[in-house]
Structures are given as structure tokens and as C-alpha cells.
Design a protein. Structure first.
Length: 169
């Protein structure tokens, strides 16, 4: 049976990773590595890994401590600003839901008016009398102009205001 471990394996690995292999180890350990297949594999592979690590560390760029501190301060300020804006974002979302609810309430209140306008317009369209239907729509708009203006404001201005407020974040 072929052994999978050797009692000197950890010593060979430590010597290789510490840069002592093969020059600064005792002759007995070198002789053992020459005779042991496991330890020779460990020495070869650990040597290649250590060489690659040294080569990569030569190219590593470590920023100076002042830059790291400054970036940490910037990040902390940004996170604090985000945390402070969370209640404002929640208030804006609640305001948007209220505006949509108000729009629904206005539409429901004006639904009879809306149906009557649609009925008059479609009845005018049935006879192809465009002038009469426009006059009817103009008269209805003049009678209920304030309601139409309020609905237009809710429909266009509130979502635009919410969009602009959310866009600043």
C-alpha cells in the first residue's frame, strides 16, 4: 500500500513557505525529501506556490493609509445621508399613495359628470354633428371647470412633483 502522509511533510512545507528550502535546512531533511515521494511533491508544489505568491505581491498596489481613511469617511457620510433620507422617502411614498387615493376619490365623485359628458359627446357623434358636441363639451367644462382643473392638477402635477422630489435622491 502507498502511504498518503509522511511525518516530515509539515516540516518540508514550513521550510518551503518560509523560504528556507533547500539551502537553509539540515541535510537529514534534504535526504528524506530525496527519498520520499510525498515530501518531494510537497516541496515542489509549495515552492511553485510560494514563487507565484512572491511574484503577485511584487505587483500589488497597497494604498496609503490617508487615502483609506478618507474613503472610509466618505463612505460613512454617504451611508449616514442614505439613512437620514429613508424617512423622507417613506413620506414621499405615502404622499404619492394619498395623491392616487385623492385622484380616485375625485374620479368617483365626478363619475356621474364624466358619464354624462361621454353620453353627450357620443350622442353628438352619432348624428355627426361635431359643432353641437363641442358646444356641449364646452358648456360642461365651463360649468364644472374647477373640478376639471382640480382633477388635471392631481393627475399631472402631483406625479410630476413626486418624480422631481425622488429624482434629487
Amino acid at each position: 500500500m502507498i502511504p498518503v502522509e509522511c511525518e516530515f511533510e509539515s516540516e518540508v512545507l514550513a521550510a518551503t513557505l518560509q523560504g528556507r528550502w533547500p539551502d537553509r535546512v539540515d541535510a537529514d531533511l534534504r535526504a528524506h525529501v530525496a527519498a520520499c515521494a510525498i515530501c518531494s511533491d510537497v516541496a515542489a508544489i509549495a515552492g511553485v506556490i510560494e514563487d507565484a505568491r512572491e511574484e503577485m505581491s511584487a505587483y500589488a498596489v497597497i494604498p496609503d493609509s490617508g487615502r483609506v481613511w478618507w474613503l472610509a469617511q466618505v463612505r460613512a457620510r454617504r451611508e449616514a445621508a442614505e439613512a437620514a433620507n429613508r424617512p423622507m422617502t417613506a413620506a414621499q411614498a405615502i404622499a404619492f399613495v394619498c395623491a392616487v387615493g385623492l385622484l380616485g376619490a375625485c374620479f368617483r365623485a365626478a363619475s356621474t359628470w364624466f358619464h354624462s359628458v361621454l353620453g353627450r359627446i357620443t350622442s353628438g357623434m352619432a348624428g355627426y354633428d361635431i359643432d353641437a358636441s363641442l358646444a356641449s363639451a364646452t358648456r360642461l367644462l365651463a360649468e364644472h371647470g374647477a373640478l376639471a382643473l382640480a382633477m388635471a392638477a392631481v393627475l399631472f402635477l402631483v406625479p410630476a412633483a413626486v418624480y422631481l422630489a425622488m429624482g434629487r435622491d
